[in-house]
Design a protein around this ligand. Structure first.
Ligand code: HPA
Length: 234
């Protein structure tokens, strides 16, 4: 047991998928895994462990935003020895060629600030994905029907943004989408020498203002879980 994860030692697998939404963790575990047990209910941030094609996997909610994800990922790494951590989440599309329902595999994650900023002082550390996971995810994505983009994303501190000029700069520099967690995940993985990747479904679009109807979210989310599992065990 750690401060925010009530799992017993050994209950958490070395491979952990991290949706922001704890109910997405439940859905993904029940849909994709066998022999599922619930390993965490603390604060309602549900976590489940089961097997996928004979491999042990934990799917643990991370909550919204980098401070929340940082708590769970720190504890998963330090207290439960997680080795491979893959965020599966949603993002807002930021380029004309990126459509709602598409999948984005995040090569890098820009942020304005994050829970790790303090330790870098004047440095702007460049958080990036694990290459092996990224390469495997791209290969797995080609086998799905979801158009997939690979590139930089923006990990924002705000959902309701009051700085459209910043979004404009991100778009001008080719950033594909905005979410709120990946930069800190990549920093923690770099610090602790673990593998990390963020795979995102475009759920809304900052240019077209389109958003994915809730009855269509499951299919796109399913492709992303499949890509994450294939990449983790490639
Ligand atoms: N902004 C930030 N995070 C998000 C968004 C967004 O538009 N969509 C999904 N996660």
């Amino acid at each position: 047991m750690s401060t925010h994860i009530g799992a017993k030692p050994g209950d958490i697998a070395e491979t952990v998928l991290l949706p922001g939404d704890p109910y997405r963790a439940k859905w993904a575990a029940e849909t994709f895994l066998e022999d599922v047990i619930c390993v965490n209910e603390v604060r309602g941030m549900l976590g489940f462990t089961g097997t996928w094609q004979g491999n042990r996997v934990t799917i643990q909610g991370s909550g919204m935003g980098m401070p929340s994800l940082s708590i769970y990922v720190n504890e998963l790494i330090s207290e439960f020895n997680a080795q491979t951590l893959i965020r599966i989440g949603s993002c807002g599309g930021m380029q004309d060629h990126v459509a709602v329902r598409d999948v984005i595999i995040a090569m890098t994650a820009t942020s304005r600030g994050n829970p790790s900023s303090g330790i870098f002082r004047e440095l702007n550390f460049a958080p990036c994905a694990d290459w092996g996971l990224l390469e495997a995810a791209v290969k797995a994505a080609r086998a799905t029907s979801s158009p997939t983009h690979v590139g930089g994303i923006y990990s924002s501190d705000t959902f309701y943004d009051e700085r459209p000029d910043l979004m404009g700069e991100m778009m001008r520099h080719g950033v594909l989408g905005v979410e709120m967690e990946a930069a800190e995940l990549y920093m923690l993985a770099a610090r602790h020498k673990r593998r990390a990747l963020a795979i995102l479904t475009v759920s809304d679009h900052l240019i077209t203002e389109e958003s994915l109807p809730s009855d269509q979210r499951e299919k796109s989310f399913g492709d992303m879980v499949e890509i994450a599992l294939q990449a983790a065990f490639a």
